[in-house]
Design a protein. Structure first.
Length: 221
C-alpha cells in the first residue's frame, strides 16, 4: 500500500478506487506487486528476499553503466537504489547471498532500510530468527546504521538532522548501506499494534475508529 499510495500521489495512472481495491482479485493493486500490471511498478515482488536480489542486480547494472559511460566531469549515471526490506526478507537465503556479493563488489549505490518490527506473519520474530542481522551485514562488508524508532517522528527528525543517515550512507563510497529502522507494525492501533494479525488483514471498523481516536485523526473517511 505504501508503494501504490506513493505512485497515486506522484500522479501515476492509479485511482482512489484502485487503492480501495487493494488486495482484491483482479485489481491492479495486488498484495504482491507485479511488473506489467500496475503503472509505475517496475519489478515483480512477493517472494521474500527476492526484492533484495533484484536491488543488488539493479545496483550492479547501475555501477556497470556508470563505469562505461560516466566521464570525469559528466556523471550521467549516479543514482541510488533504495530498498525497504522486512524481517522475512532478512531470513531468506537469497538475500544472504545477494548481500554477501554486494559487500564484495562494494556496491555503495545500494541503501537498504530494514523495517525491524520484530513481527512476522507467524507471530514474534524470535519464533524463527534471533540472529544479529546488523552484525551479519557488518561482516559482509556493509556500512550499518541504526534509527531507534521510526514511529517517533520527533525523534526521527532529530536523528536524521543529527546523524543524517541517508546523507551519511551516500558519503560511504566503498560499501553498501544497511539502515536498521526499529518500527511498530500497525502503529497506533490500540489492540493490534505489534501483533502478526495486522500484517495483511484490514483492522476492521471498530479498530479503525479506535486507531483514529488514538492517533488524534479527525477525519471520518
Ligand atoms: C519466500 C516466501 N516465503 C513465504 C512467504 C509468505 N509470507 C508473506 S509475508 C511473510 C512474513 C511477514 O513478515 P515480515 O517479512 O517481517 O513483514 P511484516 O509483517 O513485518 O511487514 C511470509 C512468511 C513469502 N511471501 N515468500
Ligand atoms: Mg516484520
Amino acid at each position: 500500500m505504501l508503494l501504490y499510495s506513493s505512485l497515486y500521489l506522484c500522479g501515476y495512472d492509479i485511482s482512489l478506487d484502485d487503492l480501495k481495491n487493494f488486495r482484491q482479485l483482479n485489481s491492479i493493486t495486488p498484495g504482491h506487486p507485479e511488473y506489467g500490471m500496475t503503472p509505475g511498478v517496475e519489478t515483480t515482488t512477493g517472494p521474500l528476499g527476492q526484492g533484495i536480489g533484484n536491488a543488488v542486480g539493479m545496483a550492479m547494472v547501475s555501477k556497470h553503466l556508470a563505469a562505461k559511460f560516466n566521464k570525469k566531469d559528466h556523471k550521467l549515471i549516479d543514482n541510488y537504489i533504495n530498498v525497504i526490506a522486512s524481517d522475512g526478507d532478512m531470513m531468506e537465503g537469497v538475500s544472504h547471498e545477494a548481500a554477501s556479493i554486494s559487500g564484495n563488489l562494494k556496491l555503495a549505490n545500494l541503501i537498504i532500510f530494514y523495517d525491524n518490527n520484530k513481527i512476522t506473519i507467524d507471530g514474534k520474530l524470535d519464533l524463527a530468527m534471533s540472529e544479529g542481522v546488523a552484525k551479519r551485514y557488518d561482516a559482509y562488508g556493509w556500512y550499518v546504521q541504526h534509527v531507534k524508532d521510526v514511529n517517533d517522528v520527533d525523534l526521527l527528525i532529530e536523528e536524521i538532522e543529527e546523524i543524517e543517515e541517508i546523507e551519511e550512507a551516500k558519503k560511504v563510497i566503498d560499501k553498501p548501506s544497511l539502515i536498521v529502522t526499529d518500527s511498530h507494525i500497525g502503529f497506533g492501533s490500540p489492540n493490534k499494534q505489534d501483533t502478526a494479525s495486522v500484517h495483511g488483514s484490514p483492522l476492521g471498523e471498530e479498530e479503525i475508529k479506535l486507531t483514529k481516536q488514538n492517533l488524534g485523526w479527525g477525519y471520518e473517511d
